[in-house]
Design a protein around this ligand. Structure first.
Ligand code: AMP
Length: 283
């Protein structure tokens, strides 16, 4: 396992490996690694000869300076975990200036309606920031395949769109959500929750499960209203959104589902200072 801090060093290393005909897999992360990240890396190592994992907390995708500041950073611990679990990884850990130079700005992308809903609506400029960093990382690494979690399902769709817009020959693989025993989706942000909050936070999962169980049983407005009420009556939470949407366009539905289409439920809520998101397939 090798840790690399500079773009040139990484591209030189990758060129040598690519010349040998090796398949390169890529897992971008913001660190504070957990089992969700490790599941992506495990999948990548099964399908590629060499896997690059980037650890970089990307400033341009944060709309609030306080959120960026409070984002968990545990680089030494992350490297120790990776060293213990994997053999032949390249870990790319750049400084912000190495990636952005003096121009710490997001490029604007036309992701269409995908970027105006849910996370795009709640976090201004978030997906432009995601597009900006991935465009840069894809250019440096030129992976054959890149792995993303369904935990950030809207992001996964945005990444697929980004690759189409840029005409990049990289295959995007979506990976299932890893959860705690109580159902809470694993997240770096969970590290900021107290033990009591972690327990409470299972309400996100329970709500999604409830929507899944009732999807073909109860009218959608009732399902949606029940869930909103549960959050309204719980002082620990501030619900940002709960939506049921078609799985490829993310167009929300509030009355009835169309046969043969796939739907997912999406939720975002704040518990104390920590904003959590989750989603689940309904059919
Ligand atoms: P992050 O470090 O939060 O930017 O996440 C890096 C990658 O890990 C993204 O593709 C996420 O969707 C994915 N990821 C985060 N949490 C999970 C999880 N609980 N299960 C599966 N993938 C995840």
């Amino acid at each position: 396992m090798e840790t690399i801090h500079f773009k040139n060093e990484l591209t030189t290393h990758l060129e040598t490996r690519r010349e040998k005909g090796e398949i390169i897999g890529f897992v971008p992360t913001m660190g504070a690694l957990h089992e969700g990240h490790l599941s992506l890396i495990t999948k990548a190592t099964k399908n590629a000869d060499l896997v690059v994992v980037s650890i970089f907390v990307n400033p341009t995708q944060f709309d609030k300076p306080s959120d960026l500041e409070n984002y968990p950073k545990r680089i030494e611990n992350d490297l120790a975990i990776l060293r213990q679990k994997f053999k032949d990884l390249l870990i790319f850990v750049p400084q912000t200036a190495e990636i952005y130079g003096k121009d710490l700005k997001a490029e604007k992308f036309d992701f269409g309606e995908l970027a105006t809903k849910m996370e795009g609506r709640s976090r201004t400029g978030h997906f432009d920031g995601v597009g900006t960093i991935l465009k840069k990382l894809f250019k440096i690494i030129q992976p054959d395949t890149a792995y993303f979690g369904e935990k950030d399902y809207q992001q996964l769709l945005i990444v697929r769109k980004l690759v189409t817009i840029l005409g990049l020959p990289v295959k995007i693989v979506g990976c299932p959500i890893r959860r705690e025993e109580n159902g809470l989706a694993k997240s770096s942000r969970n590290k900021r929750l107290s033990a009591a909050q972690r327990k409470e936070a299972a309400l996100l999962y329970k709500s999604l499960k409830n929507a899944q169980n009732n999807f073909n049983q109860k009218p959608l407005p009732i399902i949606i209203e029940d869930i909103k009420m549960k959050f309204d009556s719980n002082p620990c939470f501030k619900l940002d959104y709960f939506e049921i949407a078609e799985a490829t366009s993310l167009s929300p539905i509030t009355t009835s589902a169309t046969k043969h289409k796939k739907y997912r439920a999406f939720i975002a809520a704040r518990i104390g200072e920590v904003r959590l998101i989750d989603n689940m397939a309904l059919n």
